[in-house]
Design a protein around this ligand. Structure first.
Ligand SMILES: Nc1nc2c(c(=O)[nH]1)N(C=O)[C@@H](CNc1ccc(C(=O)N[C@@H](CCC(=O)O)C(=O)O)cc1)CN2
Ligand SMILES: Nc1ncnc2c1ncn2[C@@H]1O[C@H](COP(=O)(O)OP(=O)(O)OP(=O)(O)O)[C@@H](O)[C@H]1O
Length: 188
């Protein structure tokens, strides 16, 4: 299946889940993460969910990070350039939902992405090799292209991997882990 059909398939699968089921799965994903050996770091980058697109609710993960006193980075996207700026998430950080429905910091302390040691990745589909498909604008491919090899990349999905390997191009960056509500996959 090509990326366009996978996007369609997984958008429909998301839409087939009730709000309660999405919430249960989002919590189960956070609990799966607790079982991974990823908690000894200082800087964690996370996405804030686009409600309209029914994304995994990362609030549960944010609560874990806050309980562990981690530094949390969130982003502001530039859709013209396809790039992101990263800011420390603090108690007093003001968020504003942008035109794509992404909650973003209004201002704050900008941090270089190079500081991040763990990054949680939004995705629509993935396979058992760690290939991922997002919305197709390449924000994360660009971001990860410049990152160091030690960075832990962790996809979050409501669903299990696609059985057929996803066809990738040279710009696609695969993930090291992916977590679903009932499984954790390690690809590295
Ligand atoms: N929560 C979250 N933040 C993120 C991402 C993400 O996937 N999720 N991104 C990951 O890269 C970047 C933003 N990428 C996005 C790409 C497309 C659309 C979007 O609204 N797509 C519509 C089509 C609209 C259009 O093309 O004009 C859609 O898919 O229905 C939103 C965010 C950076 N921040
Ligand atoms: N390192 C890069 N530098 C410049 N452009 C890139 C880079 N990586 C990806 N792109 C471009 O971004 C787009 C990404 O498309 P692709 O279908 O791989 O996105 P995706 O992985 O589904 O989405 P996303 O990363 O937004 O979640 C393509 O047009 C690609 O050419």
């Amino acid at each position: 299946m090509n990326k366009a059909s996978l996007r369609k398939k997984y958008k429909a699968l998301r839409a087939s889940l009730s709000a309660e089921e999405r919430d249960n799965r989002s919590l189960a994903i956070a609990n799966q993460l607790l079982g991974l050996d990823i908690w000894e770091y200082d800087y964690y980058h996370i996405f804030l969910p686009i409600e309209r697109l029914l994304e995994v609710d990362t609030t549960y993960i944010l609560n874990i990070l806050s309980g562990k006193d981690k530094n949390v980075l969130i982003s502001k996207s530039d859709f013209e350039k396809g790039t992101m700026q990263h800011f420390l998430l603090l108690d007093n950080t003001k968020l504003q939902v942008n035109e794509y429905g992404i909650p973003e910091p209004v201002d704050g302390i900008e941090i270089a992405f190079a500081k991040a040691q763990v990054v949680f990745l939004p995705l629509l589909a993935y396979d058992s090799k760690g290939n991922r498909v997002g919305y197709g604008k390449g924000f994360y491919d660009k971001l990860l292209a410049e990152s160091n090899k030690e960075l832990l990349t962790i996809g979050l999905s409501y669903f299990e991997p696609e059985e057929k390997e996803i066809t990738t191009n040279s710009l696609d960056v695969s993930m090291k882990y992916c977590v679903s509500p009932s499984n954790s996959f390690k690809f590295c």
